[in-house]
Ligand binder design. Structure first.
Ligand SMILES: Cc1cc2nc3c(=O)[nH]c(=O)nc-3n(C[C@H](O)[C@H](O)[C@H](O)COP(=O)(O)OP(=O)(O)OC[C@H]3O[C@@H](n4cnc5c(N)ncnc54)[C@H](O)[C@@H]3O)c2cc1C
Length: 473
């Protein structure tokens, strides 16, 4: 059966694009970014067109094989690598990487799913326009993966998640049909929104082969500031003040706890973290202005002065150059790496209504300290979106591997139960994959979960697309 399937796949995409372990090193396709899972694929198939994707799907269907769609393989919830059965086909979208069209007047671009996010940003920039999705993996992740996970990133506050940036999709269904939904329409109320069904479905309902994306005018100036705040409540109040004074100009609002910044200072001393030593939290703000730099600076300085008068900010710096702004963002983006250098840790990607974040953190911090004395909390995230990476590091000097083995499920339970009490989500932006699929039955509304299962059964009755991800059997 495997030989027949491999021959059918070779017929679909050409022999050179069917990689098997006899002839190729499949490691990069089989191991996930965080190295938490290492699967075993029957083959990695690299189609070069939508029709070839459809032919691969039909070949797999005819031979009863399941498929794992894969873009840049930067996902953080073990959703893009095969299981260890040796029977799954990894469908890599990386060769579908053309920018098909840019419509300046409609402010849209149509790109293939395997386009790397940074290449999409650059293609928009070359036209003097902005594609605002931005995240630390942008040099490797693909737009198909971004849409399949409904990625967030640093500018959600102003422009929304990947979902809000997408107007249309081209999708190959589990039957091997192609849905041509590449509409550039901002208004289309002709029935159920299929686009919204596929965005965020993590490769379990369809394979995204292309997308029509929203573009925006480039701001005339973008300024970045770094502020020390006396408490998390002050950070939330500063967010409100910034939204009031900068309105749509506020394009980023990140919070970073002192311990998170201390890890960057310790493991990456060359980055020179400002203002972190005497304050529990720092905030990174970005102001994108349509008038120009002087206007942006005056607005920013006015905001920070008002915030200081109200006791919301104890000290602040505004970047003087683009290089300084990049350096500040680089500090924020280096927290995960600094944390990894400190040792293995338990990661969370939660969201809570912004107004309730200070109370949530008070409660969760106290609970964890009581249950696991000495535990260290690496708290940082997109505060403007109510999204925290509320990560948990072993007590200083403890064996981090042992800590993870013995405490991970207990820590998750404590954090997720607290999230549920605050009506939050256990996955704000990374998705469910296989890492969190087992938690969904406890934290998702039962009717919502039942409807999700019915949708999956209707679209993919033989469970061939990314089985075991999002929904457990
Ligand atoms: C350093 C780093 C920083 C990150 N920062 C953020 C962040 O700020 N915000 C955020 O939201 N996420 C973040 N992520 C995780 C994020 O989900 C991914 O980076 C990105 O969105 C996934 O794109 P990818 O092409 O790598 O997809 P993959 O990892 O290849 O796949 C992810 C999922 O999508 C499915 N999939 C991939 N392509 C397709 C397709 N064409 N059709 C259907 N299904 C498909 C896969 O089966 C899998 O389930 C970060 C990851 C890293 C490593």
């Amino acid at each position: 059966m495997n030989t027949d399937l491999l021959n059918a796949l070779r017929a679909a995409v050409g022999p050179a694009q069917v990689l098997t372990r006899d002839t190729h090193d499949l490691e990069a396709y089989e191991r996930d970014w965080r190295q938490r899972a290492h699967g075993r694929a029957l083959a990695v198939v690299r189609p070069g067109s939508t029709d070839e994707v459809a032919a691969v799907v039909r070949a797999c269907a005819a031979h009863g094989a399941s498929l794992v769609p894969q873009g840049g393989n930067t996902g953080l919830v073990v959703g893009s690598v095969p299981d260890d059965s040796g029977t799954q086909v990894v469908l890599s979208l990386q060769r579908l990487n053309a920018v098909r069209a840019i419509d300046r007047a409609n402010l849209t671009m149509t790109v293939e799913a395997g386009c790397v996010l940074q290449a999409v940003q650059q293609a928009a920039e070359a036209e003097g326009l902005l594609f605002p999705l931005s995240l630390a993996a942008e040099g490797s992740c693909t737009i198909g993966g971004n849409l399949a996970t409904n990625a967030g990133g640093t500018q959600v506050l102003r422009y929304g998640n990947a979902r809000e940036l997408c107007l249309g999709l081209e999708v190959v269904t589990p039957e091997g049909e192609v849905w041509h939904g590449l509409s550039g329409l901002r208004k289309d109320n002709t029935g159920y929104d299929l686009r919204d069904l596929f965005v965020g479905s993590e490769g379990t309902l369809g394979i995204i082969t292309a997308a029509t994306l929203k573009l925006f005018p480039q701001p005339a100036a973008t300024l970045t500031a770094w502020a020390a705040v006396p408490s998390l409540q002050a950070a939330v109040d500063l967010l409100g003040l910034a939204q009031q004074r900068l309105a749509a100009g506020l394009t980023g609002f990140e919070v970073m706890g002192q311990f998170a910044l201390s890890l960057v200072a310790r493991h990456m001393p060359q980055l020179r973290v400002p203002l972190w030593q005497d304050t529990p939290y720092c905030v990174l703000l970005e102001n994108s202005d349509s008038e120009g730099e002087d206007h942006a600076r005056a607005q920013f300085e006015g905001l920070l002065e008002a915030a200081m008068e109200q006791g919301l900010v104890s000290d602040a710096v505004v970047a003087e150059s683009i290089a300084q702004a990049h350096a500040l963002w680089h500090i924020r983006e280096s927290i995960p790496l600094a944390q990894a250098q400190e040792g293995l840790n338990i990661k969370h990607d939660i969201s809570i209504p912004v107004s309730r974040i200070p109370a949530f953190c008070d409660e969760a911090d106290a609970l964890l300290q009581r249950e696991i004395p000495g535990v260290r909390l690496v708290n940082f995230g997109h505060l403007g979106d109510g999204n925290l990476h509320y990560n948990v590091q072993a007590p200083a000097g403890a064996d981090a591997k042992y800590f993870l083995q013995t405490q991970e499920s207990r820590v998750n339970q404590l954090v997720f139960d607290t999230v549920a009490r605050y009506h939050g989500s256990i996955s704000a932006e990374h998705g469910v994959g296989s890492l969190k699929a087992g938690h969904l039955p406890h934290f998702k509304d039962p009717v919502a979960l039942a409807l999700m299962r019915r949708i999956k059964a209707a679209l993919d009755p033989h469970n061939r697309f990314n089985p075991g991800r999002v929904l457990t059997p």
